[in-house]
Design a protein. Structure first.
Length: 116
Protein backbone atom coordinates (compact mmCIF):
# COMPACT_ATOMS: atom_id res chain seq x y z
CA UNK A 1 0.00 0.00 0.00
CA UNK A 2 1.27 3.43 -0.89
CA UNK A 3 -0.15 6.86 -0.17
CA UNK A 4 1.60 9.77 -1.83
CA UNK A 5 0.70 13.33 -0.93
CA UNK A 6 1.39 16.31 -3.17
CA UNK A 7 0.48 19.96 -3.48
CA UNK A 8 2.21 21.41 -0.46
CA UNK A 9 4.37 24.50 -0.57
CA UNK A 10 4.67 28.10 0.50
CA UNK A 11 1.46 30.11 0.55
CA UNK A 12 0.78 33.67 1.63
CA UNK A 13 -1.72 34.29 4.43
CA UNK A 14 -5.21 34.40 3.04
CA UNK A 15 -4.26 32.16 0.16
CA UNK A 16 -5.50 28.72 -0.81
CA UNK A 17 -3.97 25.33 -1.34
CA UNK A 18 -5.14 22.06 -2.81
CA UNK A 19 -3.51 18.92 -1.49
CA UNK A 20 -3.83 15.56 -3.21
CA UNK A 21 -3.20 12.03 -2.04
CA UNK A 22 -2.79 9.23 -4.55
CA UNK A 23 -3.40 5.73 -3.21
CA UNK A 24 -2.28 2.42 -4.63
CA UNK A 25 -2.24 -1.18 -3.50
CA UNK A 26 -5.59 -1.12 -1.72
CA UNK A 27 -9.29 -1.30 -2.51
CA UNK A 28 -9.65 2.44 -2.26
CA UNK A 29 -13.42 2.65 -1.90
CA UNK A 30 -13.21 0.40 1.15
CA UNK A 31 -11.26 2.94 3.13
CA UNK A 32 -12.17 6.03 5.06
CA UNK A 33 -9.66 8.65 3.95
CA UNK A 34 -8.49 11.39 6.25
CA UNK A 35 -6.18 14.37 6.27
CA UNK A 36 -4.15 15.09 9.38
CA UNK A 37 -1.56 17.70 10.11
CA UNK A 38 1.31 18.09 12.52
CA UNK A 39 2.86 21.41 13.35
CA UNK A 40 6.34 21.64 14.91
CA UNK A 41 6.21 20.71 18.57
CA UNK A 42 2.56 19.70 18.41
CA UNK A 43 0.66 16.45 18.17
CA UNK A 44 -0.77 15.25 14.91
CA UNK A 45 -4.40 16.36 14.55
CA UNK A 46 -7.30 15.51 12.30
CA UNK A 47 -8.31 18.07 9.69
CA UNK A 48 -11.01 16.24 7.73
CA UNK A 49 -12.25 12.76 6.83
CA UNK A 50 -14.48 11.25 4.17
CA UNK A 51 -16.20 7.86 4.00
CA UNK A 52 -15.49 5.28 1.33
CA UNK A 53 -18.39 6.20 -0.91
CA UNK A 54 -17.82 9.87 -0.25
CA UNK A 55 -21.24 10.42 1.19
CA UNK A 56 -20.19 11.57 4.63
CA UNK A 57 -17.53 14.09 5.55
CA UNK A 58 -16.28 15.18 8.92
CA UNK A 59 -14.29 18.27 9.75
CA UNK A 60 -12.31 18.99 12.86
CA UNK A 61 -12.18 22.52 14.22
CA UNK A 62 -8.97 23.06 12.31
CA UNK A 63 -10.81 22.55 9.04
CA UNK A 64 -14.35 23.75 9.64
CA UNK A 65 -15.40 26.51 7.30
CA UNK A 66 -12.10 26.60 5.43
CA UNK A 67 -11.47 23.05 4.28
CA UNK A 68 -13.20 20.81 1.79
CA UNK A 69 -12.34 17.13 1.48
CA UNK A 70 -13.34 15.14 -1.58
CA UNK A 71 -12.42 11.87 -3.24
CA UNK A 72 -12.41 10.29 -6.66
CA UNK A 73 -12.73 6.54 -6.31
CA UNK A 74 -12.13 6.04 -10.02
CA UNK A 75 -8.72 7.68 -9.70
CA UNK A 76 -7.92 6.50 -6.16
CA UNK A 77 -7.33 10.04 -5.00
CA UNK A 78 -8.45 12.21 -2.12
CA UNK A 79 -8.02 15.95 -2.06
CA UNK A 80 -8.09 18.66 0.57
CA UNK A 81 -8.88 22.21 -0.45
CA UNK A 82 -7.86 24.74 2.19
CA UNK A 83 -8.86 28.40 1.92
CA UNK A 84 -8.13 31.53 3.94
CA UNK A 85 -4.88 30.03 5.14
CA UNK A 86 -3.27 31.39 8.29
CA UNK A 87 0.29 31.10 9.60
CA UNK A 88 -1.00 28.65 12.19
CA UNK A 89 -1.96 26.30 9.37
CA UNK A 90 1.74 25.71 8.80
CA UNK A 91 2.33 22.00 9.27
CA UNK A 92 3.13 18.75 7.58
CA UNK A 93 -0.10 17.41 6.14
CA UNK A 94 -0.62 13.66 6.05
CA UNK A 95 -3.06 11.41 4.26
CA UNK A 96 -4.42 8.37 6.08
CA UNK A 97 -6.43 5.36 4.93
CA UNK A 98 -8.33 3.16 7.36
CA UNK A 99 -10.79 0.35 6.74
CA UNK A 100 -13.44 -1.31 8.89
CA UNK A 101 -11.00 -4.04 9.97
CA UNK A 102 -8.64 -1.48 11.40
CA UNK A 103 -5.99 -1.65 8.71
CA UNK A 104 -4.38 1.76 8.63
CA UNK A 105 -1.86 3.38 6.32
CA UNK A 106 -0.16 6.76 6.27
CA UNK A 107 1.52 8.80 3.61
CA UNK A 108 4.87 10.44 4.06
CA UNK A 109 3.41 13.93 4.38
CA UNK A 110 3.67 17.19 2.48
CA UNK A 111 4.87 20.46 3.99
CA UNK A 112 2.57 23.46 3.96
CA UNK A 113 4.06 26.79 5.03
CA UNK A 114 1.89 29.86 5.35
CA UNK A 115 4.01 32.96 5.48
CA UNK A 116 4.39 36.35 3.87
Amino acid sequence: VQLVESGGGLVQPGGSLRLSCAASGLTFSGYVMSWYRQAPGKERELVAAITGAGGITNYAESGKGRATISRDNARNTVTLQMNSLKPEDTAVYYCKARNALGAEYWGQGTQVTVSS
